[in-house]
Design a protein around this ligand. Structure first.
Ligand code: FER
Length: 248
């Protein structure tokens, strides 16, 4: 399915649980930087949500997967508006009950930002290894393992896998004060983070869980950024948390 966002075609998949009666909760599921909606950990989290009776809307974000836009032109601002559009699409489904936002890494950051903006429309937030150091790092001038002058950002930066990223990515990221978005959202939060994460320091997961008013932190011992070791522990934590939300 295609969801249009201001002229950009976002490729999305809506999957429904086997059994459904009346309104059901809908999870919006967002991949990370250079990721896409069929990644192993994204599909695993989708299965966990379906198993608890949630519908899942997962999408390729701007400049990623099969969606429109160029990778090098993507920014957190564009992902933020994508997330608002996806959330509104989910809210508009005739069977939609509660809306839950879930994202991994840069998608986890995006879900955190969207939850802050839509705190009155979102009933739950799952931040998987949330990359909320990105704005801080952009202000310090260290992104993607390379340093730059944060007051004179280069027009182009090297991203992973021979990709390039427009300097406006860093310029816009510098403007985002994640704490303000965290503080605007007072609903329930699950943070999941591998303690051997090589891309996003586990301290960010810990700090996010500390700052949110109603949160649970699930640290995955010995696991990396994409849960190569213990994906089952991630899906167990997500499924359990979602089941508790439904039971309320
Ligand atoms: C970075 C480290 C991690 C960065 C982005 C990420 C743009 C995002 C990782 C992900 O979404 O998986 O320095 O800079």
């Amino acid at each position: 399915m295609v969801i249009m966002d201001d002229g950009i075609a976002l490729q999305a998949e809506l999957t429904l649980p086997e059994r459904r009666e009346g309104r059901i909760p809908v999870m919006v599921l967002i991949h990370g930087f250079t990721g896409y909606k069929e990644e192993r950990h994204i599909l695993a989290v989708e299965q966990a949500a379906l198993g608890e009776g949630y519908a899942v809307l997962r999408a390729d974000m701007y400049g990623h997967g099969q969606s429109g836009g160029e990778f090098r032109k993507h920014t957190l601002f564009k992902w933020m508006t994508n997330a608002l559009t996806l959330t509104d699409y989910a809210r508009g489904l005739d069977f939609a009950g509660d809306i839950i936002l879930c994202g991994h890494s840069q998608g986890g950051l995006t879900a955190m930002l969207a939850a802050g903006m839509k705190h009155d429309q979102v009933s739950g937030l799952i931040a998987l290894s949330p990359a909320w150091m990105i704005p801080e790092y952009a202000r310090k001038g260290i992104l993607l393992g390379e340093s730059f002058d944060p007051e004179h950002i280069p027009d182009e930066m090297n991203a992973w896998g021979g990709r390039t990223l427009d300097g406006n990515y860093a310029r816009t990221a510098q403007q985002i004060r994640v704490e303000e978005y965290i503080d605007r959202y007072d609903g329930p939060v699950l943070v999941v983070h591998g303690d051997q994460d090589e891309a996003v320091p586990v301290e960010y997961g810990i700090r996010a869980a500390e700052r949110y008013r109603e949160s649970r932190l699930k640290l995955i011992e010995g696991d990396d950024h994409c849960y190569g070791a213990h994906l089952d522990q991630v899906t167990d934590a997500v499924g359990e948390w979602l089941a508790e939300r439904r039971a309320r």
